[in-house]
Structures are given as structure tokens and as C-alpha cells.
Design a protein. Structure first.
Length: 254
């Protein structure tokens, strides 16, 4: 277990009254997980006596589900506890094989957002462009969402801010654009937590404002940049003159 997971586990242990007793708290979590997994097992667990030349032995048996969920291979262990541990390992491996990635949940969250908010074509286009802008080709997209930590997200944010390049060649992401990126990621993890896909939301350990200092400063608008270029202004005057067929005083417009 890495240091970050230990710190998070200690925080949860303290939250639930275990006073930083991480070993006891981890045992409680393991027992709860075992209980939840065994609830999914729909085939009976029976104790049988096998008659052998060396003497009778007691075995505990059950069946594993096949690919269609029907009764499949039979397994047996010397004790009920050993059999339950084997079932936990079996179902745990299945869960791990089907753990969705960040990209998988992003798609589901986006559809959820469309269903509950404005889903105009313009909104969909903006979200599509932002996905390509922020997420396409990033490692975090392919990572199982249950394995993503707050450190992973922090690294992802910093990388996006520092490596983003505008069409004009300027590097760095402005804070206004970063807040949109932060909102997307926060939305994905809130959706995953709400739907019990993850047991803890890593976004609670991050503060959006902490990233402001590394964002690119917004461009300051000056009087010169606010003025309409002369060639554009003259073209507007000519068009107005043709449309209205009257003389226009430029000073009245400016």
C-alpha cells in the first residue's frame, strides 16, 4: 500500500472513530467487503462428509457461476472460511476485470449531464471540443477510476496547465479555462461516487484555487486592442452607406 492510500485510510479511520488504528480499520473494511461479496453468491454452501480409506473428512462445497450466471464449476475447501475466502477471490477478480476507466465514466457522466441540463447542439459541441482539448491522449483517461488518487488528479491538472498550447503558440492554460477542466473532472468523480462506483471521492482533497498561481495570466485589454482596425471600420462605414444611402459622420459612430 502506497503512502497516499495509507494517509487516506488513516483519515477515514479517524473519521469513523478508530483513532488512527489503521490495522483494525482495515480489518473492518475487509470484513464488510467480504460480506458484500458473499451476498452476491446465489448458490448454496453445504457441508459434506467424504468417506475415504484414511477416514472420513469434512469438506465445504459450492458452485461458481459460469459465463451466463448459471451453476458452473464446483469448488471445495476444508473449512467454510477457506471456501468463503476462495469466493471473495473469485468475485474480486471478476470485479477487477470490469472496473470502468475514467474515460468510461466520463461518457456516462456526460450523458447524465445532457439528460439533466441544457443539451443544445452548441453545448454538445463545446463539451466535445473540450474533451479533445483536455483529455484526449492523456493517461488518466485509460486508468481504472477506482485506482485514481488525488495525487494522480493533481499531476493531471498541473500537466494540462503547463503543457497547453494555444493556436497562436502561447503556452499555459488560463484560470478561467482551468475552472472548466476542474468542473469536468469533479463532475465525473461525483457521478462515480453517487453511483457507488468508487467508495471515496479523491476530489475532496483538492482545492481549485490552489492551481491559480500556476495558470497563465489573462491578457490585459488595452484601448488599442479594443479599437476596431481601420480597414474593418472603413468597410463597415461603406456598407452602412450603401445600405442607408446617406452620409455618415465617423465621429458620431466612434
Amino acid at each position: 500500500m502506497d503512502n497516499e492510500k495509507i494517509i487516506n485510510l488513516l483519515a477515514d479511520a479517524d473519521k469513523y472513530g478508530y483513532n488512527n488504528d489503521i490495522e483494525q480499520f482495515a480489518q473492518v473494511l475487509a470484513m464488510r467487503r467480504k460480506k458484500d461479496i458473499l451476498k452476491k453468491h446465489k448458490f448454496s454452501i453445504t457441508e459434506v462428509t467424504e468417506h475415504r480409506k484414511t477416514g472420513d473428512i469434512t469438506r465445504w462445497r459450492t458452485h461458481l457461476p459460469d459465463k451466463d450466471g448459471k451453476k458452473g464449476k464446483q469448488i471445495a475447501r476444508k473449512s467454510k472460511e477457506d471456501l468463503e475466502d476462495a469466493l471473495v477471490e473469485f468475485y474480486g477478480s471478476i470485479e477487477k476485470a470490469f472496473i470502468p476507466t475514467f474515460g468510461d465514466i466520463y461518457k456516462k457522466w456526460l450523458q447524465y449531464y445532457y439528460d439533466h441540463n441544457d443539451s443544445s447542439p452548441n453545448t454538445r459541441d463545446k463539451y466535445f471540443c473540450d474533451y479533445k482539448r483536455f483529455f484526449q491522449g492523456k493517461d488518466i483517461v485509460k486508468k481504472p477510476i477506482t485506482d485514481i488518487t488525488d495525487t494522480d488528479i493533481d499531476d493531471f491538472f498541473v500537466d494540462c496547465i503547463k503543457t497547453y498550447v494555444k493556436s497562436n503558440g502561447e503556452k499555459g492554460l488560463q484560470y478561467k479555462a482551468f475552472t472548466r477542466l476542474y468542473g469536468y473532472v469533479n463532475g465525473v468523480f461525483r457521478y462515480a461516487f453517487k453511483n457507488r462506483i468508487i467508495t471515496q471521492n479523491p476530489m475532496i482533497y483538492l482545492d481549485k484555487s490552489d492551481f491559480r498561481k500556476i495558470c497563465r495570466e489573462p491578457e490585459e485589454k488595452t484601448a488599442e486592442t479594443e479599437l476596431i482596425p481601420d480597414d474593418v471600420f472603413n468597410a463597415i462605414l461603406e456598407q452602412l452607406y450603401r445600405d442607408r444611402k446617406t452620409i455618415i459622420d465617423p465621429f458620431q459612430i466612434r
